[in-house]
Design a binder for this molecule. Structure first.
Ligand code: MG
Length: 157
C-alpha cells in the first residue's frame, strides 16, 4: 500500500464556469486557470502521482504548454490514472476536503463522487468528498478562492 497527498487552490472568478470533480455547478463563480481550473481533479491527480512517487501535475501537464490550454481536467485525471497503473498500482480509495464559502459542496458531493469514481475506476463508495466553509476567515472565507486537499491510497494490482 502507498499513500499520497495532494493540494490545490484556484482563484474564483465571476465569468468562469464552476467545474469541480468534473461536475458543472451552475450559477456560481468558477475557478480560474490555464486548464478548466478543476481544483478537485488537480488535487486528486497530485495525490495519485504523489502516492506513486511520479512527480506532480505540473511535471506531467505543464501550465503554459498549449496542449493543456483549457484542458478538461478529468481527461488529465484519466491520463494520470493510466500512468499510475503503468507503474504497477491500482487506486484503492480517495478522500477529499474542499474548503470554500461558495459553491456549497454538500448538494453536489454525491455527483462528484460518482464522476470521480468513474474516472478512477473505483466504486463511489471508495470516493469521499467533504465540504468545509472557512467560517468567513481568510481568502477562502472572502470567496476569493477555493482550496482542495486530497489523499489517495494505491494498492498492488
Ligand atoms: Mg490547479
Amino acid at each position: 500500500m502507498r499513500i499520497g497527498f495532494g493540494y490545490d487552490s484556484h482563484r474564483l472568478e465571476e465569468d468562469r464556469p464552476c467545474i469541480l470533480g468534473g461536475v458543472l455547478i451552475p450559477g456560481v463563480p468558477g475557478p480560474s486557470g490555464f486548464s478548466d481550473g478543476d481544483a478537485v481533479a488537480h488535487a486528486v491527480i497530485d495525490a495519485l502521482l504523489g502516492a506513486a512517487a511520479l512527480g506532480d501535475i505540473g511535471s506531467h501537464f505543464p501550465p503554459g504548454d498549449e496542449r493543456w490550454r483549457d484542458a478538461d481536467s478529468m481527461d488529465l485525471l484519466r491520463r494520470a490514472v493510466a500512468r499510475v497503473r503503468r507503474a504497477g498500482h491500482r487506486v484503492g480509495n480517495v478522500d477529499i476536503t474542499v474548503v470554500c464559502e461558495s459553491p456549497k459542496i454538500a448538494p453536489v458531493a454525491d455527483a462528484i463522487r460518482e464522476s470521480l469514481g468513474q474516472r478512477l475506476g473505483i466504486d463511489p463508495g471508495s470516493v469521499s468528498v467533504k465540504g468545509k466553509s472557512n467560517e468567513g476567515m481568510g481568502w477562502e472565507g472572502r470567496r476569493e478562492g477555493i482550496a482542495v486537499y486530497a489523499v489517495a491510497l494505491l494498492l498492488a494490482p
